[in-house]
Design a protein around this ligand. Structure first.
Ligand code: ADP
Ligand code: MG
Length: 261
């Protein structure tokens, strides 16, 4: 049986497309028959909201998963997409750094619980915009890191800090952690700066940068207010097409095999 694959979607900058990528990559993989679990690890809970999980419905959350006896199965919820489950987050997660500071093995709490995932699952972790205890838990639990990079001026500078963190995690507890790749997001092909950032990223990072670039697309930004992935909200949009194409590349790069839920 195929092993599970755990991917931390991380960048300490906010607003670069982590959550949008988690939702739409998750949706595209699930629609393609991959058993997919999204872990909402951001206290803002945007991935939960974006997949139509109302705050009142969030009985068991990722906080319970980290801090309590709850199993993965106790905490996951179905989404409007078959094969896609989510462990939701609520704002109480923002105190996790402090609450868990004295807990034994506090960087391995998520890893322990994700070991319960069914064989062959693909688990995407939507990280908060910081390199604190939550992101550390994600990186310790993960096989790889997917880095969304917004095509703007300081994008590459923030990246070196993230790569340093990945290096530390490799040395301190997860020697097999890889960088799966960098996904350029919110690119505007009419804008010279977007093109320059893309050229710089490809020159510096080579094949680490995925061939597909996600364009800035108004349908992508509208979808969350309809509590849907853009793949459901407007399947014919450019944003949907880009995320579907990216999901295919991503599955090929990770050599994901399909095991229907
Ligand atoms: P992060 O999780 O890194 O903070 P988000 O995924 O929440 O970033 O994206 C930040 C904002 O940009 C959100 O309002 C989102 O709807 C919008 N956005 C993300 N990707 C696109 C895109 N390709 N086109 C247009 N808007 C986008
Ligand atoms: Mg986010």
């Amino acid at each position: 049986m195929a092993q599970s694959s755990v991917v931390a979607i991380a960048n300490q900058k906010g607003g670069v497309g982590k959550t949008t990528t988690a939702i739409n990559l998750g949706a595209a993989l699930a629609m393609d028959g991959h058993r997919t679990i999204l872990i909402d690890l951001d206290p803002q809970g945007n991935a939960s909201t974006g997949l139509g999980i109302d705050v009142e419905q969030r009985n068991k959350t990722v906080y319970d998963l980290l801090a309590g006896p709850e199993s993965l199965e106790d905490c996951w919820m179905p989404t409007p997409i078959q094969n896609l489950r989510i462990v939701p987050a609520t704002p109480d997660l923002s105190s996790a750094d402090v609450d868990l500071a004295q807990t034994k093995d506090r960087t391995r709490l998520l890893q322990r619980k994700l070991e319960q995932a069914p064989q062959g699952s693909i688990i995407l972790i939507d990280c908060p915009p910081a390199l604190g205890l939550l992101t550390l838990n994600a990186m310790i639990a993960a096989d790889g890191v997917l880095v969304p990079l917004q095509a703007e001026f300081y994008a590459l500078e923030g990246l070196s800090q993230l790569l340093t963190t990945v290096k530390h995690v490799r040395q301190s507890g997860n020697p097999n952690l890889r960088v799966n790749g960098v996904l350029l997001t919110m690119s505007d092909y009419r804008n010279n700066l977007s093109q320059q950032v893309e050229a710089d990223a490809r020159a510096t990072l080579g094949d680490l940068v995925f061939p597909t670039v996600i364009p800035r697309n108004v349908r992508v930004s509208e979808a969350p207010s309809f509590a849907q992935p853009v793949l459901l909200y407007d399947p014919a949009s450019k944003g949907s097409a880009a995320y579907r194409q990216f999901a295919t590349e991503f599955a090929a790069r990770l050599k994901l095999s399909k095991e229907e839920a």
